[in-house]
Design a protein around this ligand. Structure first.
Ligand code: OGA
Ligand code: NI
Length: 338
């Protein structure tokens, strides 16, 4: 490899050896189901009780759903998409100024997933940013493209508001106070991964991101409208989530699985790549504060089963997550009560 990142302008005619998955781990793209009916929830609805009900059902049955009429301005989404593309189009020397393989960095361009831990690489570059509080982190963000900071800041603000609102619906859908999740998670952090998956010469042999669950509380994903690639595991089958105009894909992260005592699932999902087109996605993660003490909500443990997970701090969890490779067993398994 000539450079550390894939988005270097080099065209690959075959997949470099270090990206090739062993036969048993390949995506088997012909077996993936096209999914037309991922729950789509209209947040513009006047009927709050119905929204809460639908979200609860989606969280129980799927662990993910899409939202429309979500209040994030079309303009903010468009401008975010523009600067994201703009960033990955920069000359490679410019991008490498912010390259790092150290997951503890609060701003970095990286590649694959966790280069230092993994044995096989993934066909992805990603820009990872911390986004809250904005005044602390915006100054360290890329200043190229010139509107990167301003556009991304705006997008982050709007997406945060949406995420907090959805946490309210989720709390209520569990029969908890509206602010339950918000109160438990403390002053939530917000991270962003701008994912860039270049066109790939042999998509059958590799992943953009292999199957994983998200370690945080809630993920708000902006999918590339023109190129599908997100797949979700449901009842043992991988489903391809068809990009939907003006929608976000929402998924429950490990922390809401723990808090719901396993009632809501932090689902396995993955990103696959394709031959002709690069794909871009923007994932926003709401994360508990480091000190937040996560444990199953008491009312949900009183049906006789008791708490499935032990209490732990998010700092403890996050450390565990990044010390592993992505496609190992669910990190949450390590926090189960014996
Ligand atoms: C992630 C993720 C999916 C995608 O960044 O955690 O799952 O479609 N991304 O890029
Ligand atoms: Ni994910």
């Amino acid at each position: 490899m000539d450079t550390k990142v894939l988005s270097s302008g080099i065209q690959y005619s075959t997949l470099p050896e270090s990206y090739i998955r062993p036969e048993s781990e390949r995506p088997r793209l012909s077996e993936v189901w096209e999914c037309e009916d991922v729950p789509i929830i209209d947040l513009g609805s006047e009927n709050r009780a119905q929204v809460v009900h639908k979200i609860g059902e989606a969280c129980r049955l799927y662990g993910f759903f899409q939202v429309i009429n979500h209040g994030v301005a079309v303009e903010a989404v468009r401008e975010m998409t523009e600067v994201a593309h703009g960033f990955f189009k920069l000359p490679v020397e410019e991008k490498l100024k912010v390259y790092s393989e150290d997951p503890s960095k609060t701003m970095r361009l990286s590649t694959s997933f966790n280069v230092r831990k993994e044995t096989v690489h993934n066909w992805r570059d990603y820009l990872r940013l911390h986004c809250h509080p904005l005044d602390k982190y915006v100054p360290e963000w890329p200043s190229n493209p010139p509107s990167f900071k301003e556009n991304t800041r705006k997008y982050c603000e709007e997406v945060r508001e949406l995420g907090l609102r959805i946490e309210g619906y989720i709390s209520e859908s569990l029969g908890l106070e509206k602010d339950y999740i918000k109160n438990v998670l403390g002053e939530q952090g917000q991270h962003m991964a701008v994912n860039y998956y270049p066109a790939c010469p042999q998509p059958e042999l590799t992943y953009g991101l292999p199957g994983h669950t998200d370690p945080n509380a809630l993920t708000i994903l902006l999918q590339d409208l023109n190129v599908a690639g997100l797949q979700v595991l449901k009842d043992g089958n991988w489903l391809s989530v068809k990009p939907q105009p003006h929608a976000f894909v929402i998924n429950i992260g490990d922390q809401l699985q723990a808090l719901s005592n396993g009632l809501y699932k932090s689902v396995w999902h993955r990103a696959v790549v394709n031959v002709d087109k690069p794909r871009l996605s923007v994932a926003s993660f709401l994360c508990p504060s480091e000190e937040a003490l996560i444990s199953p909500a008491k009312p949900l443990t009183e049906d006789g089963s008791g708490p499935v997970y032990r209490g732990y701090t998010y700092a403890e969890y996050y450390k565990q997550f990044w010390s592993r490779n992505l496609d190992q067993e669910h990190c949450l398994e390590l926090f189960k009560n014996k």
